[in-house]
Design a protein. Structure first.
Length: 132
């Protein structure tokens, strides 16, 4: 299994590719799927601001496109201290594929906060509610 230091390094590499000309706030993400493979993402902004996609969701979309459905661990990094926590929308999307996922929140300054999605999103909406 990839270490958190390696996962953060991969998220940092992906962050270099962030397309953030409007906010200038670059974010990188890297997740470990249940297969053990790692998928990365960065934020992709748009001139029509609400169409922006966060780094976490870019990584998750890439993983799902590769056939993955379970997130074990996800690291996110930005130039922010304390480290910037995933937005509410990303928390729900992480929860969809990793209700027990560990979330590693890092800053480019080297600070790391490790938590889990149930702490970040208590009582998240569970797709099981739709199956009746
Ligand atoms: N952003 C992320 O990539 N992930 C988050 O969890 C929070 C925000 C991005 C979206 C936008 O491009 C920039 O950060 C400023 O909001």
């Amino acid at each position: 299994m990839v270490s958190d230091a390696e996962l953060i390094a991969l998220a940092t590499e992906a962050r270099d590719n962030a397309y953030a000309p409007y906010s200038k706030f670059k974010v990188g993400a890297a997740l470990v799927a249940s297969s053990g493979k790692v998928y990365v993402g960065c934020n992709v902004e748009n001139a029509s601001y609400p169409l922006t996609v966060c780094a976490e969701r870019t990584a998750i979309g890439t993983a799902v496109a590769a056939g993955e459905t379970e997130i074990v661990r996800i690291a996110v990094i930005a130039d922010s201290d304390p480290p910037a926590s995933p937005c509410g929308g990303c928390r729900q999307v992480i929860f969809e594929f990793g209700p027990d996922a560990v979330v590693v929140i890092a800053s480019t300054a080297g600070h790391v906060h490790t938590t889990d999605i149930r702490t970040l999103l208590p009582d998240g909406f569970d797709g099981a509610a739709l199956r009746r």
